[in-house]
Ligand binder design. Structure first.
Ligand SMILES: Nc1nc2c(c(=O)[nH]1)N[C@H]1C(S)=C(S)[C@@H](COP(=O)(O)O)O[C@H]1N2
Ligand SMILES: [Mo]
Length: 198
């Protein structure tokens, strides 16, 4: 499969690929607020709702049948580590937004996950090709502890903006805060501005 290298996206935000205050690691640590949730492929649905013209409810098979891309991206955790050159396969956020026929009054997005985690972003921060709903990491099924069956990755933001075990996207007409955004982590989460805390 063709792999698109998007690791140069940092040029939009800062001078260095490694954001300030981060150190590079080759490991892939796991950070979850609780334990890894189980999922049942029979009942699991990925739902899209809120300010959309076309609500979606997709099985995992239907989701992975959508048009997918593979990208090489960097991953920045707010706790100070960055992992370069992660290969993720998935559906881009703009593609999903198009399928859901997002309404013109939508301004913000809330992601929902199986463990009760939520995270929010302005719509414009989501409407980028690098924001992926991914089920494959480095050519293998995304490991459960890293968010399998499906997670979001946000290489232009600290990784808490990417919901693991994502099963819902809600388009909002006003801002709301997610799990960590209510508990002191930055609402904006720009790694190159070191927006770690609010
Ligand atoms: N559903 C869910 N998504 C989540 C979290 C979580 O606890 N639950 N933790 C977030 C945080 S704080 C980080 S740093 C990344 C960690 O991803 P990783 O465990 O794959 O390294 O997932 C984010 N997404
Ligand atoms: Mo984190």
């Amino acid at each position: 499969m063709n792999v698109e290298d998007v690791t140069d996206l940092y040029e939009e935000f800062g001078d260095d690929r490694l954001p300030p205050g981060q150190r590079e690691t080759s490991k892939f640590p796991v950070l979850s607020k609780g334990s890894t949730p189980t999922w049942d492929p029979e009942t699991w649905r990925f739902t899209v709702g809120g300010a959309v013209g076309n609500e979606l409810s997709l099985t995992f098979e239907e989701f992975t049948d959508l048009d997918a891309v593979t990208q090489r991206q960097d991953f920045h955790c707010v706790t100070g580590w960055s992992k370069f050159d992660c290969e993720f396969t998935g559906v881009t956020f703009p593609h999903l937004a198009e399928l859901a026929d997002v309404r013109r009054d939508a301004t913000h997005v809330m992601f929902h996950a199986l463990d009760g985690y939520t995270t929010n972003l302005p719509l414009e921060d989501c409407m980028r090709e690098e924001v992926l709903f991914t089920w494959e990491f480095d050519g293998e099924d995304l490991p459960a502890e890293h968010g399998g069956p499906l997670r979001v990755v946000t290489p232009h933001k600290y990784a808490y903006k990417g919901a693991k075990w994502v099963d819902g996207v809600e388009f909002l007409t006003e801002p709301e805060r997610g799990y960590w955004e209510k508990r002191g982590y930055s609402n904006t989460a720009d790694p190159w501005a070191e927006d770690r805390y609010s």
